[in-house]
Design a protein around this ligand. Structure first.
Ligand SMILES: Nc1ncnc2c1ncn2[C@@H]1O[C@H](COP(=O)(O)OP(=O)(O)OP(=O)(O)O)[C@@H](O)[C@H]1O
Ligand SMILES: [Mg+2]
Length: 393
């Protein structure tokens, strides 16, 4: 069995971090400067009063990265205006919504029987339609604050691997939330655009978007996805691997949120120059009482190995299926990592080792999809090619 509690002075207690961070997500996200559009959009608004009037009447177009872990809303001409966890807290019997976003996330694992805090999306797709629709409506109204008839056009990102039925459910949620027209863009395409890759050129671009529910690997050229793979192994599975491992090695029960904290604080995919350790508080499975243990980064890396292997494998399989010319381009230009999972320490180094390709992490991996979808909204006509549209019914 592992180390007992009460580590040395260099040990950082995860549970203390957890407690501190209880307020942090809301504050941190609010403090974060809203991402400006990566291109000039100011003139668009001054183009004339006709445009302005049309905007105020029909509402500004928006792009939504409806993620398993986080939802981001990009408003045309303004940038990313909202970035909240995809969590809804509701009354168990009446299903009345009590809180959405960061406020609801704080409730996970801490609710009485009468309240349930859920994540309405699982593995990148809608698991609870009603809650998703309510959450979407709440977020749109929050950034929109306009007359009730102001109906925006909406671009929503979906994983490339979802079925037609799942895609329709996402669209329907958009319409129910008040959109006048809903367009779909595949997440890897949006991530690639957001990461600044030249998707329209005749050159191979490889993007790996590791989110909460899905990992999307795609090779893009001439504005289209040439080959792709979407697996339902991503950040959430990494958290679960930590929960399982702590149970097995230390007989310690952890909540999902603590597991995520451990992943962010200690997780890595490749040996680090300095291997930190941290004190973790959980519930002892035998005594049922709280207990602290000290775990090292190397142990956490071992815990993450299985899902990490699946992610790395999906990159290799996609490279395997890539036509040689495009594979050559990727060898020159490198693989680009996006999504929150790209922030896992040493993942770029590990992929470099395992694939022999150059690997780069996008500038704002958590925002790439929203910025890419936002660009589609800014340049609607020019980028229509990448949108998947169909009449509502
Ligand atoms: N520093 C970090 N190290 C490791 N993982 C991180 C880090 N920061 C965030 N994550 C993880 O990234 C994931 C969220 O990423 P992201 O917001 O891109 O997902 P999402 O878009 O909501 O999900 P999906 O695209 O699968 O629907 C979470 O699992 C979170 O734990
Ligand atoms: Mg995502």
């Amino acid at each position: 069995m592992g180390n007992a509690s009460g580590g040395g002075p260099s040990v950082c207690p995860i549970w203390a971090r957890c407690r501190l961070s209880l307020r942090a997500p809301a504050g941190a996200r609010a403090d974060k400067p809203l991402s400006a559009p990566p291109y000039d959009t100011g003139s668009r608004d001054e183009k004339g009063s006709a445009d302005a009037m049309a905007n105020s009447l029909i509402g500004r177009d928006m792009a939504v990265d409806l993620g398993t872990a986080n939802t981001l809303v990009y408003v045309r001409g303004r940038g990313v205006m909202l970035n909240e966890p995809s969590v809804v807290a509701m009354n168990t019997t009446t299903r009345e919504i009590l809180a959405v976003g960061a406020e609801a996330k704080r409730m996970i694992g801490r609710t009485p029987d009468s309240i349930t805090a859920i994540r309405p999306l699982k593995d990148g797709v809608i698991a609870d339609f009603e809650a998703t629709e309510q959450m979407l409506r709440f977020f749109i109204q929050r950034v929109h604050r306009r007359r009730y008839f102001a109906k925006p056009r909406l671009v929503i990102c979906v994983p490339s691997g979802i079925t037609a039925v799942e895609q329709r459910a996402v669209k329907e949620a958009g319409y129910q939330a008040g959109a006048r027209r809903v367009y779909i863009v595949e997440e890897p395409m949006a991530a690639a655009i957001g990461a600044g890759l030249p998707v329209h050129e005749a050159t191979g671009n490889m993007i790996v978007d590791i989110g909460g529910g899905t990992t999307e690997v795609a090779v893009i050229s001439l504005g289209g996805i040439v080959t792709s793979q979407s697996i339902r192994t991503a950040g959430d599975e990494l958290d679960q691997a930590i929960v399982t491992w702590m149970k097995k090695e230390y007989s310690l029960m952890l909540g999902d949120r603590t597991a995520e904290e451990i992943k962010v604080a200690l997780g890595s995919a490749f040996p680090l120059p300095e291997e930190p350790e941290a004190e973790i508080r959980g519930r002892d499975m035998v005594s049922g009482l709280p207990r602290n243990v000290v775990v090292s980064a190397a142990e956490v890396r071992q815990a993450l190995e299985e899902p990490l292997h699946a992610i790395i494998d999906s990159v290799r399989t996609t490279l395997d299926k890539t036509p040689p010319e495009l594979a050559g381009d990727i060898m020159d230009r490198g693989v680009v990592l996006a999504g929150g999972g790209a922030l896992l320490r040493g993942l770029d180094e590990r992929l470099r080792h395992e694939t022999g390709m150059p690997v780069h992490v996008a500038d704002n991996p958590l925002d790439s999809v929203a910025l890419g979808a936002g660009k589609c909204v800014e340049e609607f006509e020019a980028l229509q090619q990448v949108l998947v549209s169909e009449p509502r019914r």
